[in-house]
Design a protein around this ligand. Sequence first.
Ligand code: ADP
Length: 461
Amino acid sequence: MKIKVNSISFKLGLLFSGVFIVLLLLLGLVLYGVFTNLFVDYIKQDLLARGTNHAKILEEKFDQLTIEHVVAMEKGVVTEVAVTDNQSKFLASSIKPNLDMKRHLLSNHSKNSTRIIEEDWRHHQYIITVSAIGNGKGFVYMYYPTYILRDIVFVMNLLIVVTSVGIVLLALGLIGFLSRKLTKPLLTMKEATNLMALGKYQQAITVNGDDEISELGKSIQLLGEKLQYFEDSRNEFLAAVSHELRTPLTYIKGYSDILTKGIIKTREEETKYLEIINKEANRISFLINDLFEMSKLQIGTFELNKEWVYIDPIIEKVIASLKPAATNKGLQIIESLQTENQKVFIDFQRMEQVFYNLIENAIKYTNNGEIVVRTYLKKEFTIIEIEDSGIGIPSDDLPKIWERFYRVDQSRTRKTGGTGLGLFVVKNIIESHDGQIRVWSKENEGSTFTIFLRNKPEKSV
Ligand code: ADP
């Protein structure tokens, strides 16, 4: 297994092992302190107490037999004992007095010397205590071999070193484990995002579990799906726009070619062709306007200047401007506007556009009969209804009419000159006002578009 020094798993492994080793060293330090201070102290005091006990026994009876008895008590244990008279002459000892033992004999005993005379366990052979026997009869020396203490410290140090090495090995294992557990999904995601950068947005990222990393995997996958969706709709959109532009341009080009070639015989024919060119140019102009509106909606630069206004006058204005078109087709527009006392919080120019699109559609798609425009209040809503007795919309098409460029029947709308963007813009404007729009329609009977706008709250009237 290859370990990369700058990989996350390596850094984590290093961090874990670093923390472990620091903790271990701290623990070692504490153990060492406990050992040297408490344990060595205990040994010294115990040694002194035992020596003093011996001294007490000998104080009562300071003869050779008792001395031998006291010395015999220290046989078979790690400590040694020696008894001297007050001239530092050995009377008895548990082992043959060696040089260190002799060197530590006190030359100048005070009569009540009972103390530790050697405690440097690191550099001397014994920890030594002395206890005076009675009033200067003699002394009991106790010896504790310091190699035991040094051995314990050595074992302790060894343990710390071995454990540290163990931890480093463990950390390496941990790094390997983390590499597989942690880095693998990250690498999968990296590869997936690299592919996404190359335009292959739809990537299946399989990361097991439900932790943050698998969440990230799911988010990246979702992002890819969204990007794919945007890419698809962008392509569809471009295809639709170029198609929409190509058709009128073909007409314009065709008829203008005929006109420039001078093969037109009559003045009427020429006017007819010019009218077609004009109509198609208008179509392009409408399309560009609608596209502009739509792009503003899409990129969110569409700013609403909302204010509290009465809605009926706006509708009256739109109806007035569209009345000639209706009259031309022999249609009547009936108004029933009943929200005169209720203001709504809207961008009235945008809303004017909504009413214009809807009433214009009603005129476009109605051949005879009438168009009724109603406004009324219901609960907390102001409701606007545009009802026509026109050709209606087949039920299969109803859910799709809000989509960009969707037109129920290309040939019938070609005549009417629609772009298929009107209702898309309408729906977006209504929804950006926190409102709703619904449609009811039946083929050859007519359609009703109903808008729901929230009324002005009481307190801000
Ligand atoms: P267009 O510019 O083609 O009118 P819209 O987005 O406004 O585009 O409408 C989408 C389609 O919905 C239209 O092409 C038409 O087929 C249908 N439609 C819209 N309003 C009506 C209506 N009042 N009556 C019948 N069909 C309608």
